[in-house]
Design a protein around this ligand. Structure first.
Ligand code: 7TS
Length: 419
């Protein structure tokens, strides 16, 4: 059996069975407004399997205490689990050392850390910071702030009508003046998967440092930071089946070592007097205060869960769902899909002529279907396509073709009501 992919080529249908995994996600069996929940807002936050909830609950129920501070058994267990999680995550993304894995409150915090600590030390007036037209606000605003502080200039790589990066324009914009390239690996608004490995190599030729926003990439793509040769890589736990309030900044040790701390407080110091503060070594230098201990433990458990299934198998099923959903939605004449890149992850953004996305979201919610409507914190993408907002269905491996059918049926109802 085979099915048409988004770009029209034939792809083999996988034998993936989402029902094998759905039972791990307690929320998926609940009802919303008397209908079975159809959760298609995974790009905003994916759901947590029981294994992650258990790891989180076990910390709170049996060894809740602070890390790195106590000689007592609970604190030592918490420290072991927390540092064990760091090692798991290091191996998962193939960082060369746990010194390169910094826990933050999420992708936003990770990017701000780079902009503030690396940026304020290394960026000067006239330097250029190159980003793309498809960035989430988290990879725009910190750079705008840095430009305002330093006199650096923000440059933007345009996107094509299909929603792909204009790579010719990228090469023209890239120069010896480019100090930082900030690029999203998978766009949350369009689903586009960008060729970041090639972009990193080109940026390095010009001496730029590269920050990749991997928030949407983690659930779909196997990440090997050494293979990418990326300088900084940011992601959030809650988009990869983990808890909220936690994320990672991977950074090359050689860069992190030269960077000043971002925040001051406990745990990031070796000694403090009123005359002198001696900072702790990596990665603790960047982890001031009590971290999100249970969240970090939950993140490592979530990545283990993904690894047990296999991110490649997950991506293949999500591709099949996206192809099916794209094919079915395109049969509705009033619908226009926004973002039709050749290489796309499981995000389906669309507009319906004459219907406000908010109304679409509300009617779908009545049917128990959760999608996201709005600008998706990517307003420059909306501006590029001359629209105020889109409706976005985003799929995870636990979604089914029956759920896609429910989405399509509900959209037909929206059209009947509003047009
Ligand atoms: N980068 C990308 C590409 C994102 O999609 C998001 C969140 C972030 C960064 C920020 O992540 P945070 O965990 O620090 O908030 N994107 C979305 C979204 O698409 N819908 O809700 C949040």
């Amino acid at each position: 059996m085979s099915s048409k992919s988004v770009n029209g080529t034939l792809t083999p249908e996988t034998t993936f069975n989402p029902h094998l995994y759905r039972k791990d996600f307690p929320v998926l069996s609940r009802e919303v407004h008397g209908k079975p929940l159809v959760y298609l807002d995974n790009a905003a936050s994916s759901q947590m399997p029981q294994q992650v909830i258990d790891s989180y609950a076990e910390y709170h129920g049996s060894y809740h205490s602070n890390v790195h501070r106590g000689v007592h058994a609970l604190s030592q267990q918490a420290t072991d689990e927390y540092e064990g999680a760091r090692e798991y995550i290091r191996a998962y993304i193939n960082a060369s050392s746990t010194k390169e894995v910094i826990f933050t409150s999420g992708a936003t915090d990770s990017i701000n850390l780079v902009a503030q600590s690396y940026g304020r030390t290394n960026i000067k007036e006239g330097d250029e910071i190159l980003i793309t037209n498809m960035e989430h606000h988290a990879n725009i605003v910190p750079w705008k702030m840095l430009c305002e502080e330093t006199g650096a200039v923000l440059k933007v790589i345009p996107i094509t009508d299909k929603g792909e990066l204009d790579l010719e324009a990228f090469e023209e914009l890239l120069s010896e003046k480019t100090a930082i390239l900030g690029v999203v690996m998978v766009s949350n608004a369009l689903g586009t998967i960008n060729p970041v490995k090639e972009m990193i190599a080109k940026a390095h030729e010009k001496g730029a440092v590269v920050v990749v926003d991997g928030a949407q990439a983690m659930p779909h793509v196997r990440i090997d930071v050494q293979d990418l040769d990326v300088d900084f890589f940011a992601f959030s736990a809650h988009k990869v089946y983990g808890p909220t309030g936690c994320g990672v900044l991977y950074g090359k040790k050689s860069l992190l070592e030269e960077m000043p701390p971002y925040r001051g407080g406990g745990d990031m110091i070796l000694s403090v007097s009123f005359d002198e503060v001696i900072y702790n070594q990596l990665p603790y230098k960047f982890e001031a205060g009590t971290p999100g201990i249970s969240q970090v433990i939950g993140l490592a458990r979530a990545l283990k869960y993904v690894d047990e299934i296999g991110v490649e198998k997950i991506a293949a099923w999500e591709d099949e769902l996206l192809s099916y959903a794209t094919q079915e939605i395109k049969k509705i004449p009033q619908v226009k899909v926004i973002g039709e890149a050749e290489n796309k992850a499981s995000v389906l953004s669309f507009v319906i002529e004459g219907v406000h996305p908010h109304d679409i979201g509300t009617i779908l919610d009545e049917d128990g279907i959760a999608i996201r409507t709005g600008h998706h914190c990517a307003q420059p993408v909306m501006e590029r396509f001359c629209i105020p907002a889109t409706s976005r269905a985003s799929f995870a491996f636990y979604n089914t073709k029956e759920e896609v059918d429910a989405l399509i049926a509900s959209l037909k109802k929206v059209i009947e009501i509003f047009t």
